[in-house]
Design a protein around this ligand. Structure first.
Ligand SMILES: C[S@@+](CC[C@H](N)C(=O)[O-])C[C@H]1O[C@@H](n2cnc3c(N)ncnc32)[C@H](O)[C@@H]1O
Length: 278
């Protein structure tokens, strides 16, 4: 009996100590987003039946529940408070949504986000920024991130909305409410070997791209000449640009290490493609 207890403790103690060394970081107190902000966040991200939404710190579950009930999405919420997780799962059952959404007692910093097409959060400003690298590592290009009130610093939002809401006075002391929408960009940094239509370059071309999140700059080497790129835009996996001093708009879809697209010049439309590492 004593021996069994000793073995039990020996097995148990390292786990306890490891947990103590790695306590769950409190990413913010339980303050629910006003229901009107929830609706705005989901509309803003254009959530629909094709989406899988993850709410980081899901509180009473209202964002995930509304996403499923009103916008037809699936998803889950993660929350550290037992009672809130229990209530959220009960609400999902009560509203007939339990086959599409669930709530897990789980640390948001340790949650695998790779399934998401939409991330929502209402967390402390420093937490939001601690998550930036995780987002870029785990989320697929094109995934939308919606943050209530706090921005991801250094990342230009796709859109942001500012409004005044009386409901916010009891939460933050001011009426100002912000919603930020970000779209995870594909990785395009590097040298790409490109096949261009003969009107653009007869010889194999190269694209040299530099990237800082959604900001991209670079140039193309076309028939031995270096031509700067202009009006470069990267939204998710969609890249568009022009060649300085030349006609034509380039658009392309980034798929890992390749890009396929078209160059349109007035009435003509011709394909182009590129592979990374040219
Ligand atoms: C401001 S509330 C937002 C609730 C909900 N997302 C909403 O907008 O109505 C933040 C929630 O995050 C939870 N939370 C804080 N730290 C967390 C962590 N490390 N992992 C999971 N949830 C956490 C809190 O318990 C709280 O319920």
């Amino acid at each position: 009996m004593i021996r069994a207890l000793a073995i039990g403790l020996a097995l148990f103690l390292p786990a306890v100590q490891a947990e103590d060394l790695n306590p769950v970081k409190d990413a913010g107190p339980y303050v629910p987003s006003p229901q009107s902000v929830v609706a705005d966040m989901l509309r803003y991200a254009e959530v629909g039946p094709q989406d899988f939404l993850i709410d980081l710190g899901s509180g009473d579950g209202r964002i995930v529940l509304t996403a499923a009930k009103v916008f037809g999405a699936r998803g889950f919420g993660v929350e550290i408070k037992d009672e809130l997780v229990r209530k959220s799962n009960e609400a999902a059952k009560r509203e007939g949504l339990a086959d599409r959404v669930k709530f897990l007692k789980q640390d948001l910093f340790k949650t695998d986000l790779s399934q998401a097409t939409v991330i929502t959060m209402y967390l402390l400003p420093d937490t939001v920024n601690l998550l930036k690298d995780k987002f870029l590592k785990e989320l697929r290009p094109g995934t939308r991130i919606v943050s209530h009130d706090y921005p991801l610093t250094g990342w230009i939002p796709e859109k942001y909305l500012q409004m005044d809401l009386e409901d916010k006075i009891k939460i933050s002391g001011v009426t100002t409410t912000l919603i930020y929408l970000y779209v995870v960009p594909a990785r395009v940094e590097g040298r790409w070997k490109a096949q261009m239509p003969p009107a653009v370059s007869r010889q194999p071309a190269t694209l040299s791209l530099r990237q800082q999140l959604t900001r991209v700059s670079g140039s193309a080497r076309l028939d031995g000449k270096e031509v700067p790129l202009e009006d470069i835009k990267l939204r998710g996996d969609k890249l568009t640009f022009k060649l300085s001093g030349r006609r034509g708009e380039f658009s392309g879809q980034v798929k890992g290490r390749s890009i396929d697209g078209f160059v349109e010049t007035g009435r003509t439309k011709a394909p182009w493609s590129a592979t990374l590492g040219g």
